[in-house]
Ligand binder design. Structure first.
Ligand code: SAM
Length: 278
């Protein structure tokens, strides 16, 4: 592990009384070898600003800084963590900015200079919402180059799922339309303090310069949301509100009107979105 000048995380937590709060999704990573490994999976950080949501006592933040992040911006809701984060800022002069606040409300862009990567062990209660926001910006390419995110294993599998899988759906299509998405690490509950009930996984999403297949983002999102809202229905029924001639459009997109959403790949959903946007 690269040099980290700070005390072990167990001592930091004890010293600052950071007992984990379930309401804030607090499951901390205390092994700095592991957090450095997660930081390395985010790619070359040397020339990048990094945004981390929910640093807690700072295990992943220390990994990102010791692995060379040019500048790290962290947003943390729990004010009890601020003294521990201030110690990290002191140990890495000029490289860490801490914002106390709710990541759903704070606009981080004023504090970041491109190229930007995002890395986080996300609080489970806001993780999916943040991911969807990052995947559906007003413009593409987005402000970030890559997302390196810890999720519950089941959410990670939904992001990388292929057609035919039970967990294939909106998240897989949103993610894979404009990103390369893969699981880069799996972690058992015991890797965290306190251990959560389920296993976790780190997903690496790298933004593509342009979408894999052309489509209007809003139309594609609407088609996919409707298709999977009633995933057991045949698509001609699930999508009938989208266009009066939906059966013809499905056929023109290469989709059988009796197909169900989970069998349709990204390319055909994009073709359907183009026909509907016409
Ligand atoms: N990064 C630390 C680690 O890996 O050990 C902590 C991860 S813990 C799973 C999630 C962190 O997100 C907690 O520190 C929690 O206080 C913080 N958090 C929860 N909701 C948040 C929100 N809406 N905005 C910012 N931080 C939040």
């Amino acid at each position: 592990m690269p040099f980290d000048p700070l005390p072990p995380l167990r001592d930091v937590i004890a010293q600052h009384g950071l007992s984990a709060r379930k309401s804030l999704g607090q499951n901390f990573l205390l092994d700095l070898n592991l957090t450095a490994k997660i930081a390395r999976s985010a790619g070359d950080l040397m020339q990048c600003d990094v945004l981390e949501i929910g640093p807690g006592p700072g295990g992943l933040s220390r990994g990102l800084l010791s692995e060379g992040a040019r500048h790290l911006l962290v947003i943390e809701k729990d004010h009890r963590c601020l003294p521990a984060l201030a110690e990290i800022a002191e140990a890495y002069p000029g490289r860490l900015t801490v914002i106390e606040g709710d990541a759903l409300d704070v606009d981080p862009l004023a504090h970041l200079t491109p190229p930007i990567r995002i890395a986080a062990n996300l609080p489970y209660n806001v993780g999916t919402e943040l991911l969807v926001r990052w995947l559906t910006p007003p413009q593409w390419p987005p402000f970030w180059q890559s997302l390196t995110l810890m999720f519950q294993r089941e959410v990670a599998e939904r992001i990388v799922a292929a057609p035919g899988s039970k967990v294939y759906g909106r998240l897989a299509l949103l993610a894979q339309w404009r990103c390369d998405a893969r699981i880069v690490m799996s972690l058992p509950p015991q890797a965290f303090t306190p251990p959560p009930k389920v296993s976790s996984a780190v997903v690496q999403l790298t933004a593509l310069p342009a979408p894999r297949f052309p489509a209007d983002a809003k139309t594609l999102e609407r088609v996919v949301a409707m298709a999977f809202n009633q995933r057991r229905k045949m698509l001609r029924a699930a999508l009938k509100g989208l266009a009066p001639d939906i059966e013809e459009k499905l056929v023109a997109a290469g989709i059988a009107p009796t197909d169900r959403a989970e069998t349709v790949d990204l390319e055909r959903f994009c073709a359907l979105a183009r026909l509907i946007a016409k």
